[in-house]
Design a protein around this ligand. Structure first.
Ligand code: UN1
Length: 489
């Protein structure tokens, strides 16, 4: 009998109304079932949203610093159980322990940031154009926030959304990814243990269309924060109507390797950026755009190191690359290896999977990739790096920008001019100089342009703008009617 996990709706751990369930398996040992989870539907969502709507009244009236004290406690509890949560997370989604610990750490940092930020929810005060009149702005909570999160950062990404949402006084209905429901339950247990009032968070498990659809289209949901694929993001915008929506979607992130680059540093950066998290990050390095003069040397160095990477169960100490998340992702990566070969790219290293026990896939390197090829354009979300070459720096920038996505980017150079040109010209929300495309810090804005995002940023101070509304206040103490735009000219 596998363990039965629950939803958390209206202050109670409960089954889905339908009583149906889905299985959650360990991607490194696919025969191993972690547990079953409620397969929820519209009815469960309706109950969760209604409960979140009711609890919004008291939660939004609490002074923000009092909400912050709870978030600080969440940070303390996450710190205490960091190792335990990390090992559950590795078992559930595969990435190696050092990375799942990093994932928990990101949530801890975000909790402390949010806790403190409740004491600095600043706004602007500006002079009025009229005498004896005061003009200022205040923040107000928005209402019920729908939070929809992916499996690759099962704790960090939810924390980017849930903590600022709560800090600003919103209540939350959370639909976590179907591949990482266990981490979600552990997270909600910690929120409750820290003293979050019961109905302020609602956790509804299930499949995207069955739970996500009714959630985003629910009339009492006021804002939606989503991280996932561009396709799903587009469908959310179609279903959500005029709600406030923050979308964080795909990437096809490039590293430009210039003539002056320190190639040892580049190799370390590529190994981490392309194969860390088995390439399953929206920020993963999936293209290396290399100056023709250093191409051969870099490829030789890379081949050597990529072959040495140890693929396996992320719970084992010496393993560097865990499994892919599930069978469907395994097939997708496999199909891109075939696509790359049929497009005429050269498969240098890897390309094979081993699904006998888990969804393992070799770190894979393609050279002779051309910008228009599908492996250079489409997000693979696996351990596959496409290497392209360039002659002039302008051409490198152009290739980097030949993408529908614009999340992260990187340039390795010793040349200040190239570094600043990259900052100015690359169409992306993040640019790293002499560091790979992954590894955003929790207190800086995170997000992308083009098909990656819709103008919002997570992380740092900007998240708080999304999760609050601004009200403008005018106080006229002149004792007479003053007409703006008329009486002062
Ligand atoms: C994601 O893959 O959705 O910058 C987020 C990074 C991580 C976040 C990735 N801190 O790579």
């Amino acid at each position: 009998m596998s363990k039965k996990f629950m939803n958390y709706i209206d202050g109670k751990w409960c089954d889905a109304k339908s009583n149906e369930r889905f299985e959650n398996r360990n991607p490194a040992r696919w025969k191993e079932i972690i547990g079953t989870f409620p397969r929820s539907s519209k009815e469960d969502i309706n109950q969760a949203v209604e409960s979140a709507r009711v609890s919004f009244k008291s939660w939004s009236s609490m002074p923000a610093p009092a909400r912050g004290a709870i978030l600080k406690k969440v940070g303390d509890l996450l710190t205490k159980s960091k190792d335990e949560i990390a090992s559950h997370m590795t078992r559930e989604m595969g990435k190696v322990l050092a990375e799942t610990k990093g994932d928990v750490q990101e949530a801890i940092d975000t909790a402390y940031y949010a806790g403190t930020f409740t004491r600095q929810l600043f706004t602007y005060t500006v002079p009025s154009e009229l005498p004896s009149k005061f003009a200022t702005t205040v923040r107000r909570p928005v209402g019920v926030a729908a939070v929809i999160t992916p499996w690759n950062f099962p704790l960090a990404v939810p924390s980017w959304k849930i903590f600022p949402a709560l800090a600003c006084g919103n209540t939350v209905v959370w639909k976590p990814a179907g591949d990482t429901p266990h981490t979600a339950n552990l997270f909600v247990e910690i929120l409750l243990e820290a003293g979050l009032p019961a109905k302020v968070i609602q956790l509804v498990h299930g499949h995207g269309s069955e739970v996500g659809g009714p959630l985003v289209s629910h009339p009492d949901v006021n804002l939606i924060s989503f991280t996932g694929s561009t396709d799903v993001g587009q469908s959310i915008t179609r279903q959500a109507g005029i709600k406030k929506i923050s979308l964080e979607m795909g990437g096809k992130n490039a590293i430009i390797v210039t003539e002056s680059a320190n190639l040892d540093l580049v190799v370390d950066g590529i190994l981490w950026g392309a194969f860390g998290t088995t390439g399953q990050r929206c920020t993963a390095t999936s293209r290396a755009i290399v100056h023709e003069s250093v191409r051969d040397r870099l490829l030789a160095m890379l081949m050597n190191e990529v072959k040495k990477l140890k693929v396996g169960n992320g719970l084992e100490k010496q393993v560097q690359v865990g499994p892919l998340i599930n069978e469907s992702q395994f097939k997708t990566v496999q199909s891109y290896v075939e696509i790359g070969q049929s497009e005429g790219a050269h498969l240098l290293v890897g390309g094979k999977g081993d699904r006998s026990e888990g969804w393992f896939f070799e770190p894979t390197l393609f050279s002779d990739v051309k910008p228009a090829m599908r492996i250079s354009q489409e997000e693979i979300f696996g351990p596959v790096l496409s290497v392209l070459t360039y002659k002039s720096f302008d051409e490198a920038l152009e290739i980097a920008n030949t993408s529908r996505y614009g999340l992260s980017s990187a340039v390795y150079t010793q040349n200040v001019r190239e570094a600043f040109l990259a900052i100015e010209k690359i169409d992306s929300g993040i640019t790293y100089i002499n560091a790979p495309t992954i590894g955003a810090e929790a207190h800086l804005p995170f997000g992308g342009i083009k098909d990656t995002g819709n103008g919002h940023r997570e992380g740092g101070w900007m998240a708080y703008d999304f999760f609050s509304e601004i009200k403008t206040i005018y106080v006229d103490y002149s004792g007479r009617l003053q007409r703006a735009q008329i009486d002062n000219y």
